[in-house]
Design a protein around this ligand. Structure first.
Ligand SMILES: Nc1ncnc2c1ncn2[C@@H]1O[C@H](COP(=O)(O)OP(=O)(O)OP(=O)(O)O)[C@@H](O)[C@H]1O
Length: 717
């Protein structure tokens, strides 16, 4: 595989994503994030809920525009050329992926094709992944009918399709059993070691991830507060050892016993009742054992073991400190007055030189590691090596019961030291130099972002040649259309029955009104009106509701993360639905022909009338589904709209016979022009009015599709 963009897979510089809160406060989901990831590394991104991980990941994927700063992935400026950047990345979101109505084999194959793989390569990799993930017995079963764990495994495989240079995994082992979790970690390690795939891994499963990750960044309040290899981060804890103690079932330590143990180490509650963790310097372990035997008594101990701190311990100790030091950490909500924060519009632009503090320090000569420092404000920096968390703090996971009397650090002491503590980033010598953060002077000028309220980034798209774009569009359209068609394979007959029964009932019912509207003129009106109403009812509502479902299932971001265009997505989506609603028009015409022997001219012009009538209606459905978030509200709005459309498309009376308000309404409704155009093409009265109908419908189609395109959010923001 030809790798793009040198030895560095990810370069992120001064990334800020700010939101305005309801009360005008500034919410910084990301706040000056700077880091780089060498190619082929497994990079773990840890942090508490709301730390800013998802925001960062979405910006890496080009799905969320930063307020300021810039991101380059695999050598591609993500802001300038998101489409190109996407083609080098695979993404496994926390939520489900699409293709769940497809069989496993098809889901993998189609994903490969959508990611730009050739037919042969997509088939070959599908077979390889089915083998590697032990999915053989399920290859021909529908993804949506598999267990949650197996579905996750298939989704993981889909992320690998197309052999992307980098994959971003958001909680990849969620819902998996221990065996499958092990398999995923093995694959992650293999991909990185053998194929040089860069992996950005967001997980709360720190304990398991420790074995797979090369480097880790811990986030808190939108910032990276610690970064390094697991070994380096563990060194931050000092050379501490810990004793895990389990007292007999139903028993617990008394306050006096905890106090005695605390003279030697820091005592915390374990994960279950009756379990305790005692952290102490290794040379204090003998004293600890002595206290355990003499003060607690061997008879009360069920089990105990010595252990070195894990990455999870480091992570918890960081959270412990940060929770204490930054009470409003989540989302880093600050008011301008309090923090002197800038309005997002005035935040530094990506082209501004990086502040001094973000520059990487030169390598330390003679060291087996190069030491780089990224100074951060004191309240967010790592604790210095030595005794861990302060006695002021209590962790949610492991409440500190008491800490060693010998290592008391007061809040006053720490506050008295004004020197900023640096976050240490220790990079092994074998890794590429951290100078991968480019010199702003030599770096290509990034898009100049502005504040979230003020508008848009200046984006210069790097365009593929027209033929290549056309070929990409064709493949995307084909496989998305297949996906949509296969999605409706279990429900198509319901649509069909509805599409036949509804116009049949309308034709029958209207022709029986009063003494019977069976004259030719009335029957032409009834046939065309029933056809258009069926198209509106089935098209607009079904499209709006399906769009609502896609959003509710969180699939929109996944589609947007694929290297496909929004146009390909929308056209394939609408095209698949148009086929479903076509019978509505045909049935209304056929029924008047059969019931009343009405002469119809099946003009080829119908081939123009049908799409120009259905497209604005479909686009309306798309707008409703995109604008409204609640699926039940979507159904309500779509149905109310259908009634309004019905008023505007007179079924049995010419619009001239309508009262003025309804006539005025009919002039702005596509259904009116559609019904008129259908009537004229089947009754052989094609004239200038028909041309006007088609013209108005064409304009409405363009406007409605343009509006739908604007309303459909292809990015998170
Ligand atoms: N659209 C938005 N408007 C306002 N605030 C937002 C928006 N999106 C994110 N935030 C805030 O930004 C902060 C970071 O959110 P983010 O989703 O990135 O955190 P996270 O680390 O991924 O959390 P989790 O582990 O729970 O998924 C949160 O406090 C969140 O409330």
């Amino acid at each position: 595989m030809v790798k793009s963009g040198g030895d560095t897979a990810v370069e992120v510089r001064n990334l800020v994503r700010a939101y305005r809160g309801r009360k005008g406060e500034l919410i910084k989901a990301n706040d000056g994030v700077t880091f780089s990831v060498p190619r082929g590394q497994v990079f773990g991104l840890f942090g508490t809920n709301g730390a800013g991980k998802t925001t960062l990941v979405l910006q890496l994927l080009g799905l969320l525009r930063p307020t300021s700063g810039w991101v380059r992935v695999n050598g591609i400026d993500v802001l300038r050329d998101p489409e190109m950047a996407k083609s080098t990345m695979g993404f496994l979101p926390q939520t489900a992926l699409s293709m769940k109505m497809l069989e496993v084999r098809r889901a993998l194959h189609y994903t490969g094709r959508l990611r730009g793989q050739s037919e042969t390569d997509a088939r070959r990799q599908t077979d390889e992944l089915i083998e590697e993930l032990s999915l053989g017995p399920y290859a021909d079963r529908q993804v949506g009918r598999l267990s949650g764990g197996l579905t996750r495994l298939v989704n993981f495989g889909m992320t690998m399709m197309g052999r992307p240079e980098m994959i971003v995994l958001d909680e990849p082992t969620n819902e998996l059993d221990p065996h499958n979790r092990r398999q995923i970690w093995d694959i992650i390690e293999r991909r990185s070691a053998l194929e040089g795939t860069t992996i950005v891994l967001v997980t709360h499963n720190v304990l398991e991830a420790e074995k797979a990750v090369h480097r880790v960044a811990v986030m808190h309040g939108g910032r990276i507060t610690a970064m390094g290899t697991p070994g380096e981060l563990k060194e931050q804890m000092g050379a501490q050892a810990r004793l895990e103690l389990f007292v007999r079932e139903g028993d617990s330590l008394t306050e006096e016993e905890i106090a005695r143990l605390s003279t030697v180490g820091q005592v915390s509650q374990g994960n279950r009742s009756g379990s305790y963790l005692i952290a102490a310097e290794p040379d204090r372990m003998q004293a600890l054992l002595h206290v355990l035997v003499s003060d607690v008594g061997v008879g009360r101990v069920d089990d105990f073991r010595f252990a070195r701190p894990t990455l999870e311990d480091v992570y918890l100790s960081l959270n412990l400190k940060q929770d204490a030091d930054t009470p409003a950490a989540n989302g880093q909500v600050t008011t301008e007055a309090k923090r002197g924060a800038q309005d997002p519009e005035a935040l530094p632009s990506a082209s501004d030189p990086a502040p001094e503090s973000a520059e990487m320090a030169p390598a330390v000569a003679g060291s087996d590691r190069r030491l780089t420092t990224v100074p951060l404000p004191r309240e967010l920096a790592l604790p210095a090596p030595g005794p861990p968390a302060s006695h002021r703090t209590r962790t949610r996971a492991l409440p500190v019961l008491a800490r060693p009397e010998t290592a008391v650090e007061t809040a006053a002491e720490s506050a008295a030291d004004p020197a900023p503590e640096p976050v240490l980033e220790l990079v092994p010598k074998s890794a590429p130099t951290p100078t991968s953060v480019p010199d702003p002077a030599s770096a290509p000028a990034p898009a100049k972002p502005t504040g979230p309220r003020s508008g848009k980034h200046r984006r210069v798209r790097v365009r593929l040649p027209f033929r290549a774009r056309l070929a990409r569009f064709g493949t995307s359209f084909k496989y998305l259309w297949f996906e949509h068609m296969l999605n409706i394979r279990t429900t198509w007959h319901i649509h069909m029955v509805f599409g036949i029964v509804m116009p049949l009932a309308m034709v029958f019912g209207f022709s029986r009104i009063g003494s019977g509207l069976t004259d030719n003129q009335s029957l032409y009106y009834i046939a065309s009106g029933s056809g258009v109403f069926t198209i509106a009812a089935l098209g607009t509502s079904a499209i709006a509701q399906r769009m609502g479902d896609i959003k509710a299932e969180g699939l929109m971001l996944y589609y947007a993360s694929l290297p496909i265009s929004k146009v390909a997505f929308v056209t394939a989506f609408i095209a698949s639905r148009l086929l479903l609603i076509a019978p509505g028009l045909v049935t209304s015409l056929v029924s008047v022909r059969l019931m009343y022997d009405l002469q119809l001219t099946l003009s080829p012009l119908l081939l123009i009338v049908y799409p120009v009538t259905t497209l604005p209606l479909a686009a309306m459905g798309l707008v409703i589904g995109s604008l409204i978030d609640r699926t039940e509200l979507i159904a309500l709005v779509a149905n109310v709209l259908n009634f309004i459309l019905l008023l505007g498309a007179p079924l049995i009376i010419p619009s001239q016979a309508l009262p003025l308000p309804l006539r005025a309404l009919s002039y702005v409704m596509p259904t009116t022009y559609g019904a008129d155009a259908i009537r004229r093409s089947v009754s052989d009265t094609v004239d200038t009015t028909f041309a006007i109908d088609i013209g108005v419908l064409a304009v409405m189609t363009v406007l409605a599709l343009g509006l739908a395109n604007r309303m459909l959010r292809w990015r998170a923001g």
